[in-house]
Design a protein around this ligand. Sequence first.
Ligand code: WE7
Length: 158
Amino acid sequence: MAATQTKSVLFVCLGNICRSPIAEAVFRKMATDAGAVDKWVIDSGATSDWNIGSSPDARGVACLRSHDIETSHRARQVTKDDFMSFEYILCMDESNLSDLNRKAKSVENSQAKIELLGSYDPLKQRIIKDPYYGSDDDFEKVYEQCVRCCKAFLEMNS
Ligand code: WE7
């Protein structure tokens, strides 16, 4: 078997129950379909400790299921180790970005590239908005943004 270089991406939002589990599941499905999933460590996490251990939001699970995508993720908080072990930490909005950049400063050897997932959007919608107080349509919009961005991100890393 040919040696493969492992790549890694951690998707992050506020609570790790709405946006980042969708991004994680979408990216895993795309990498699987592309035959590249074995090259990747893929995970998601929260900036806050509010929902640790929780399942993804039922509206997000329903949205994913309508697109034939499964998730068994449980919410976890981003740790200091994540900044050393992940090559990419991709987040959803400016608030996530400032929380992550602040946390990265407290890590001796932060290696991760901390970016907005939306920076990969060919349609240039930089922010993936929190659908927590939103509707099913808002979850669908998050899904579509994740599809566009994950596709571009995967292609860039292929
Ligand atoms: C959210 C949320 C989201 C908001 N997932 N929560 Cl009550 C609360 C307080 C601190 C952290 C978290 Cl995670 C939560 C529960 C879980 N996507 N979005 N809260 C939210 C949205 C808009 C204005 C204020 C909040 C707290």
